[in-house]
Design a protein around this ligand. Structure first.
Ligand SMILES: Nc1ncnc2c1ncn2[C@@H]1O[C@H](COP(=O)(O)OP(=O)(O)OP(=O)(O)O)[C@@H](O)[C@H]1O
Length: 674
């Protein structure tokens, strides 16, 4: 970057500070510790967090230097940055006065290089990040720019910083957007991308500041752990590195876990924490198509609820005793030779369970798409494809078989862990999010992260219209199309939010039938993402998007759009958590701009599947209650279904963490706190 303000001594990658592979010791996992943390967590959430006052003081102190900073020549500003770097490196920890000085300098530099000066509330948020907290800042408040203050200060102090986002698109976008500012501060910026090999990754992590996704980061750490082996102590690693140039450290991607700023922290640390991270390697044996066909056949001959139970919410199939006996009979009957695969109970039942899962739990255009004859998983949280991931324990091959695709090789697990356990290993962890609704206590119990609410820069102008609940999908789409047509005529851009590729396709079909021009953004169209997002705020645009566009995307309003009420976000399916609804709403009304959020839903909503009341009965009650009370009843039902899913997911995370902690005892190698 040939930036006129860039420091001459430059963007070179620095050596890791003191420790060779820094990471924090695992948290204590005894029941007593956990119970105590739960109580503290609840108390913390209940009490006002006074630390926000301290952050406000830091912000004021930084702002008081504005005139002095503005008067500095570019050269004088560079000298001040050098002096500050020396001060920060000489100290242990961050003092408020130093933080204020750093913020004042970075803010001034940002104004000169990018034309964007950090607001006071952004400095408050950044101070919270440096203090190891979750800064709760409303959607659109500029968290990307906020992170630069904390990351810049920590990096000047010599800490390698990881800025963690939810997807490749955001990691790359944010890195490119902020690179000129960091370059001007003399800091190097690396981006970790999905397809990179080890040297490129190591180089990106070797920079002062690294933008990456939570998936890449956690998998790279897992791979490092495999390379390091069990119980490789820090001292031993340093010694090895001194004496043997080709030591294990040279095979590592990361430089340890020093300081992480997790953007969209609720998505990364809470929602994604339900899925374990597994590194696998090609396994020796694999079942051929005949065995998979036979499993599918048997799966077609058993029935629910006598033989098996489907738990759609937990994505689990449970065989009943009757089912087990039936499967044994079926497997034995047509197979007089008794192929050895079918003789063992565990293998036999495992195969049929996977076949049942492939048939009843994993649906095309929802959980996966077909691309170039391959099954490509769609991440339920981000709505994005994950081309290099596969389901474990033979499920992936079963789904491939169901779809008639060529079978990929079977894989066996090499290492496994959870996001909870991974992020807890950071010496300094912090995060930013638009909402912590319902999960603030969990941030504390699981990660020891307190939440601090940061005020908005300008008052929020977004209008929330009351939810409308229609009895069925047909009525819902008639109403949705009517509303979109009305907004389109007014020139208002509309973002229609769905939960799956299939729902987006349905929305698109309805819009086409109504003659409304629109664009679809989903896992199937991820290549054109930037272009679609850039256009979504223009006059009269209609964009249909899965939750791919529900987080982080910054839709800029075109000329004349603010006068027409800004972007109108229309949600047609409730999400698994209220927080995710809030995030979708937050695509409009950013930075104090006008905007509107509305949900038009139906009792056919996928969330209603596990509801205590059947859809038919719910429709009858709604009709009986009349328009107004019926609406209130419908809204109540859907909220209840959402809360049920939130609770269920909470239990799943707790279970996963518990089993992970058990494993930790076996797999852990010595990590040392700072
Ligand atoms: N200090 C500032 N001065 C001018 N513009 C700013 C400032 N801070 C942020 N912005 C602008 O505000 C918009 C929103 O920023 P950004 O996308 O970082 O918000 P966010 O808080 O991350 O949103 P979300 O919660 O949706 O992820 C961007 O267009 C950004 O350029």
């Amino acid at each position: 970057m040939s930036d006129p303000l860039a420091l001459p001594a430059p963007a070179a990658c620095r050596l890791p500070p003191a420790r060779a592979y820094t990471e924090r010791k695992p948290l204590k996992a005894s029941r007593l510790d956990q119970a105590a943390a739960k109580v503290v967590g609840l108390v913390r959430v209940g009490l006002a967090d006074w630390s926000a006052r301290r952050y406000a003081r830091i912000a004021r102190r930084a702002a008081s230097q504005d005139d002095e900073m503005a008067a500095l020549s570019d050269e004088a500003l560079r000298l001040r940055i050098r002096a500050l770097t020396a001060t920060l490196r000489a100290r242990k920890g961050f003092r408020d006065a130093d933080i204020a000085d750093a913020f004042a300098l970075i803010r001034e530099m940002s104004g000169r290089v990018k034309g964007q000066r950090h607001y006071g509330v952004q400095m408050m948020g950044a101070a919270a990040l440096l203090d190891g907290r979750i800064a709760q800042m409303a959607t659109g408040e500029g968290k990307t720019l906020t992170a630069t203050l904390a990351a810049g200060t920590a990096a000047l102090a010599g800490l390698p910083v990881h800025i963690v986002t939810v997807n490749d698109y955001l990691a790359e976008r944010d890195a490119e957007e902020m690179r000129p500012l960091f370059a001007a501060l003399g800091l190097s910026v690396g981006v970790v991308k999905e397809k990179q090999e080890l040297p490129e990754r190591a180089q990106a992590y070797g920079c002062n500041i690294t933008y990456c996704t939570n998936k890449d980061l956690a998998f790279d750490y897992l791979r490092d752990r495999i390379a390091l082996g069990q119980r490789a102590s820090d001292v031993r690693l340093k010694l090895e590195n001194l004496h043997a140039p080709e030591s294990r450290l040279a095979q590592l991607r990361l430089r340890g876990l020093h300081f992480a700023i997790v953007d969209e922290a609720d998505s990364v640390l809470i929602d994604e924490a339900r899925t374990p991270l597994i590194i696998s390697a090609p396994a020796g044996s694999q079942f051929g198509p005949e065995v998979l066909s036979r499993a599918m056949e048997i799966a077609g001959q058993v029935s629910t609820p006598e033989d098996y139970l489907i738990d759609a919410a937990e994505h689990r199939i449970t065989l009943t005793e009757t089912g087990r006996a039936r499967i044994a009979d079926l497997a034995a009957s047509d197979d007089p030779g008794q192929d050895s695969v079918w003789r063992g109970r565990v293998t036999r039942e495992g195969l049929v369970r996977q076949a049942l899962s492939a048939l009843h739990l994993f649906h095309r255009d929802e959980h996966y798409i077909l691309r170039d004859g391959k099954v490509v998983i769609v991440d339920a949280n981000t709505g994005r494809v994950m081309p290099d991931r596969s389901w474990s324990d033979g499920l992936h091959q079963m789904v491939e078989h169901k779809e008639g695709c060529e079978l990929s090789g079977a894989r066996s697990t090499l290492a496994r862990m959870t996001y909870q356990r991974f992020f807890r290993r950071y010496a300094r962890l912090s995060g930013m999010t638009g909402t912590t609704r319902g999960v603030a206590a969990e941030f504390w119990t699981v990660y020891r992260l307190p939440v601090v609410r940061i005020p908005t820069h300008r008052p929020v102008q977004r209008q929330h219209l009351p939810d409308e609940v229609l009895p069925d999908e047909g009525a819902q789409w008639r109403r949705v199309i009517e509303r979109i047509a009305e907004l389109h005529t007014r020139g208002c851009p509309v973002l229609v939010g769905t939960r799956s590729v299939a729902a987006s396709a349905r929305a698109s079909a309805h819009l086409t039938a109504a003659g409304l021009p629109h664009t679809v953004l989903s896992a199937a169209q991820d290549g054109q993402e930037a272009a679609i997002v850039a256009e979504a705020g223009q006059r009269g645009r209609i964009t249909v998007a899965t939750n791919m566009a529900g987080r982080g995307t910054d839709i800029k309003l075109g000329p004349g759009v603010a006068e027409r009420g800004g972007l109108h976000v229309l949600m047609v399916e409730r999400q698994d958590a209220r927080r995710i609804d809030d995030q979708l709403a937050g695509r409009s009304g950013r930075q104090g701009e006008p905007g509107c959020f509305q949900a038009i839903l139906s009792l056919d909503d996928p969330l209603m599947e596990g509801s205590f009341i059947g859809r038919g009965l719910a429709r009858r009650i709604m009709a009986l209650l009349g328009p107004q009370k019926g609406q209130a009843f419908g809204r109540c039902l859907l909220r209840h279904a959402q809360r049920r899913t939130e609770r269920l997911h909470g239990h799943m995370r707790a279970d996963l963490l518990h089993s992970d902690q058990m494993q930790d005892r076996i797999l852990a190698f010595a990590g040392h706190s700072e």
